[in-house]
Design a protein around this ligand. Structure first.
Ligand code: XIL
Length: 352
């Protein structure tokens, strides 16, 4: 600019003023329209996403959907892509609920963590109500995976291919899949999912694997083994359904790091921090600390790609129905007001 003529300089200055007035300068994109940075904005500054699960019945609640659409950049269908929902009769597929959520996410420029293909729970009666030979069941599983993953091909970021495959002691969970097909069903499922959508990130997902211990060790061994055999596996999902009364998983960061070192992504996929009711200020403060710590743990490990809460508001949390006497597990309360946990997450993400 030292050589730039005076009139050219004035022109540059005028252009800059116009750009600033129009809000088109680089600056912080999050603040471009003077709205406060969302959790998604803050996470993106670290190359991470911040997501929420959602479920079809609550999508009629417009106050709820407006926060869901604004605050997050990743969405997981809480039930809409499970087997009972997607293949209610053998060979008859129903994409209604899954599609509704994928379409909503697309409208809000959000990505989708798809959940889940192979699980022992929420299976249709036609599948659980009879005996299958290994060949029959393998064909049923293959058809389900290929059909569902093809349907969502190009529309989802990742798949939880196998959910909750291990017991607490690190032995294989005795599911219909394991009993009938043996442990090889996991590699088969990953291969079929990869065949149907080569770009989707493929995950194994489970709870109580946040800390280093027998159950996360089982995943570590399995992941190592699958990698060595070139089975398509991209990541390990740590559900992180935590409970104040059981203590914080202090080895979370070390655990994330050991999976990263195997060349795998990790994600916190179903985060909630429940408490025994009633709610007290002290419990809310402790819950906030836990949300802050788990967010920091993910940020500290390069391949921890993001965090998803298992819905964002206590209004629609699964906890009270599944753990009687417990609840208040999410960062927003039943009135959709942010709790201390919400501000703690923001702080951990470097927001104010
Ligand atoms: C839960 C849903 O949130 C509930 O609505 C449903 O009734 C049961 O399943 N681990 C998982 C999730 O992987 O799929 C579960 O979701 C919660 C525990």
């Amino acid at each position: 600019s030292r050589t730039m003529p005076r009139n050219r300089l004035r022109l540059v200055g005028a252009l800059a003023a116009i750009l600033v007035a129009a809000g088109l300068t680089a600056g912080t994109p999050a603040q471009a329209h003077d709205r406060p940075a969302t959790l998604a904005d803050l996470a993106q500054r670290h190359g991470r996403y911040f997501g929420s699960a959602t479920d079809n019945p609550e999508l009629t609640d417009t106050a709820y959907t407006s926060l869901l659409g604004g605050e997050f950049d990743m969405i997981t269908p809480g039930n809409g892509m499970k087997w009972y929902a997607t293949e209610p009769q053998q060979g008859v597929f129903d994409w209604t609920n899954g599609d509704q959520i994928v379409n909503l996410a697309r409208k809000n420029h959000q990505r989708v963590r798809a959940h889940t293909l192979v699980w022992h729970s929420q299976l249709p009666d036609w599948l659980t109500g009879r005996e299958w030979t290994a060949d029959e069941l393998r064909a049923v599983l293959k058809n389900h995976i290929l059909t569902e993953v093809r349907h969502y091909r190009g529309k989802v970021y990742s798949w939880d291919v196998v959910n909750e495959a291990f017991n607490e002691d690190g032995t294989y969970r005795d599911t219909i899949w394991y009993k009938t097909l043996g442990p090889g069903y996991i590699a088969d499922a990953l291969r079929w999912a990869h065949q149907a959508d080569p770009h989707a990130k493929l995950y194994l997902n489970d709870y109580n694997i946040e800390a280093v211990g027998p159950k996360s060790d089982a995943y570590y061994q399995l992941a190592q083994d699958l990698k060595a055999r070139h089975v398509p596996l991209d990541g390990i999902g740590l559900q992180a359904h935590l409970a104040l009364q059981y203590g914080y998983p202090t080895t979370l960061e070390d655990n994330l790091r050991r999976f990263s070192k195997l060349g795998l992504d990790t994600a916190l996929t179903e985060v909630d921090v429940r408490m025994i009711l009633p709610v007290t200020d002290e419990k809310l403060a402790q819950q906030a600390d836990w949300y802050r710590d788990l967010t920091s743990a993910c940020l500290a490990v390069r391949r921890c790609v993001g965090i998803t809460v298992w819905d964002y508001t206590d209004k629609y949390s699964w906890i009270p129905a599944f753990f009687p006497g417990e609840g208040a597990a999410l960062p927003w309360d039943e009135q959709l007001q942010p709790k201390p946990a919400y501000f703690a997450i923001r702080e951990a993400l470097g927001g104010k």
